[in-house]
Design a protein around this ligand. Structure first.
Ligand code: ATP
Ligand code: MG
Length: 252
């Protein structure tokens, strides 16, 4: 059985259709890149996977469970920017990630000690131990995103959701982040969903590239129909299919 099963999922905001008839199955450990025009519902899809919002219709099953009603520690998330706490040091950010699900948001005694030990382990893994006591604002963009990924991973999620995680980084840093992410994933066998506007990045990192687009379109009423998955490319060989190079406008 598949690890993630999305069955006939629709989403609407008011009377605007955002997504329609989304069907896809994902195996555990797969890296799924998601591309598509701005506003077509990619982030909405991630929010539903994260259980931050419920589909209008349809089911999303993870590891055989019912559609989740609220986010849980199985799913970590990283956004393009600003997902770390600016008023906490790097190390405190990682410790804070552990306390999200405690009743008072604070850890005490033995639990705190264990959280600190795991934070230090994560600091090592994301290569930020030399800046453990600095605040995020003093870090480079790449370091901030490594921290955000470390934070999302602290709870050892089985699914990592990345929404344009490298969009704000310069090309060199971006390449370093690719290596970092691929290593991390090899170590953990996480299932990853990554939204990107960069097709090359999508094909390089992904095992599959899902293209979201509107299969039908009413020029008089653009909100009438939603987007769905129009292509599901096998990207294991890393290359961009020739026909996409020719009209590579899917991520415009
Ligand atoms: N909570 C909401 N209430 C109403 N409309 C929303 C809400 N969230 C998103 N939308 C609308 O739904 C559509 C899809 O938004 P979404 O953010 O999922 O697109 P996206 O594919 O991630 O776009 P981008 O590439 O620009 O990030 C947009 O038109 C957006 O304005
Ligand atoms: Mg988005």
């Amino acid at each position: 059985m598949s690890f993630v099963t999305v069955s006939n999922v629709w989403q609407k905001y008011g009377d605007r259709s955002i997504l329609e008839r989304v069907n896809v199955t994902i195996e555990e450990g797969e890296f799924i890149s998601i591309v598509g025009a701005s506003g077509c519902g990619k982030s909405t899809f991630l929010r539903m996977l994260l259980a931050q919002e419920r589909p209008y219709k349809g089911e999303i099953s993870i590891d055989g469970g019912d559609t989740a009603k609220e986010p849980n520690r199985e799913r970590g998330v990283v956004f393009q920017k600003y997902s770390v706490f600016p008023h906490l040091s790097v190390r405190e950010n990682l410790i804070a990630a552990e306390s999200f699900d405690t009743a008072f948001g604070r850890l005490s005694g033995a639990k705190r000690k264990a959280a600190e030990a795991r934070a230090d382990e994560m600091l090592e893994r994301i290569g930020l131990n030399h800046v453990a006591d600095q605040y995020p604002a003093s870090l480079s963009g790449g370091m901030q995103q490594r921290l955000a990924i470390g934070q999302a991973m602290t709870a050892k999620p089985r699914i990592l959701l990345l929404d344009e995680p490298f969009g704000a980084l310069d090309p060199g840093t971006r390449l370093q982040m690719h290596d970092f992410l691929l290593e991390l994933r090899d170590e953990t066998n996480m299932t990853v969903f990554m939204v990107t506007h960069d097709l090359q990045e999508g094909f390089k990192l992904g095992d599959r590239v899902l293209v979201f687009d509107k299969p039908r379109w009413d020029p008089h009423d653009p909100g009438m129909y939603g987007a769905t998955i129009t292509y599901d490319f096998d990207a294991r060989d890393g290359g961009i299919p020739f026909q996409l190079k020719e009209d590579a406008d899917v991520s415009a």
